[in-house]
Design a protein. Structure first.
Length: 316
């Protein structure tokens, strides 16, 4: 039986989920993700079966539930595991954002717990990475909040001497984390021996100045970061810090615009007859040529060709 769960207004501003909506039109990943909470027991575990879930979540809309589940699992919104011959999903940090009733808490769990290594890994993340400051609104999207997983890297948003605006610093930390994550999608062990928290906070200082002092919109900076971290891009190996991003920003932005504004012309197609058409054309040509020899009518084009051929023979 589905359960009543809470959802905060910030959920509807969730950037990554909306990007997934744009990328996978008609898969309703935001609805599916919220719907999964209602299928979870008190531990954040749900029965993983696409047909069963489809009957519970958006049953009257035609789409492939399995594809939606694959997208969410791949992006880390839940972990799939097996127990007693059945498949289940585990939503990390479920109890951090959902609050089961007392009756539900006191009742036995509906589904088995995930394996020990999954639970320990999730608990280690919660203990190691404290939540971000109260200045930043949290929501029901587990480690994929509006801050795009900053809390999972142990980053707190602080005010220093008042010269740094909390919102600009928050945006800078998000963008700094994005810069590192996109680089690691291509080079997984990049700076693997370093402290991610320190790297992101160091890069964020320059990105924060890019936002606050240089007046660059965070959304545009994000587009530039995606551009430079596209595999094969000339700038990929050259932009490896917030400082370098700020130094080269104007150049990067202008080149990005040139790249995205290029008009892709449709490929010019050349007509190439198939074997049957070729044989038919040859038969018609032979027929016309024989007709010419007997003085019968010909197409104007073929008449001209034959006339030119005869003229050449006469002049030789």
């Amino acid at each position: 039986m589905a359960r009543i769960r809470s959802i905060k207004p910030e959920f509807f501003k969730h950037l990554e989920l909306q990007e997934l909506e744009n990328e996978y039109r008609g898969q309703y990943v935001m609805f599916i993700y919220a719907g999964l909470w209602t299928q979870c027991d008190k531990n954040g575990v749900f029965f993983y079966n696409a047909k069963v879930l489809k009957n519970e979540i958006l049953p009257y809309i035609e789409f492939d539930m399995q594809i939606s589940l694959d997208i969410l699992e791949k992006r880390g919104y839940f972990i799939k595991f097996s127990a007693n011959g059945r498949d289940y999903g585990f939503v990390q940090n479920f109890n951090k954002y959902q609050f089961p009733t007392k009756n539900e808490k006191d009742s036995p769990a509906k589904y088995p717990l995930p394996p020990k290594e999954i639970l320990e890994g999730s608990q280690a993340q919660i203990e190691k990475f404290p939540s971000i400051s109260e200045n930043v609104p949290s929501n029901d999207t587990e480690n994929h909040t509006e801050a795009e997983g900053l809390q999972d890297k142990g980053i707190r948003i602080k005010e220093s001497d008042g010269s740094i605006e909390p919102q600009s610093l928050k945006d800078a930390l998000i963008l700094s984390s994005l810069l590192l994550d996109l680089h690691r999608q291509v080079i997984p062990d990049y700076l693997s021996g370093k402290d991610d928290k320190k790297i992101i906070e160091r890069w964020a200082k320059d990105i924060e100045q890019l936002i606050r002092i240089d007046k660059k919109p965070p959304e545009t900076i994000k587009q530039v970061i995606h551009y430079v971290k596209t595999p094969g891009c000339f700038w990929f190996p050259n932009i490896q810090s917030g400082k370098k991003l700020r130094e080269k920003y104007e150049t990067l932005y202008s080149q990005m615009l040139r790249q995205t504004s290029k008009v892709i012309l449709p490929e010019k197609k050349t007509y190439i007859p198939d074997a049957e058409q070729t044989n038919q054309m040859l038969d018609e040509y032979k027929k016309d040529y024989l007709n010419a020899a007997t003085g019968l009518s010909l197409s104007d084009g073929l008449k001209q060709v034959l006339r030119e051929k005869r003229n050449k023979e006469v002049n030789v």
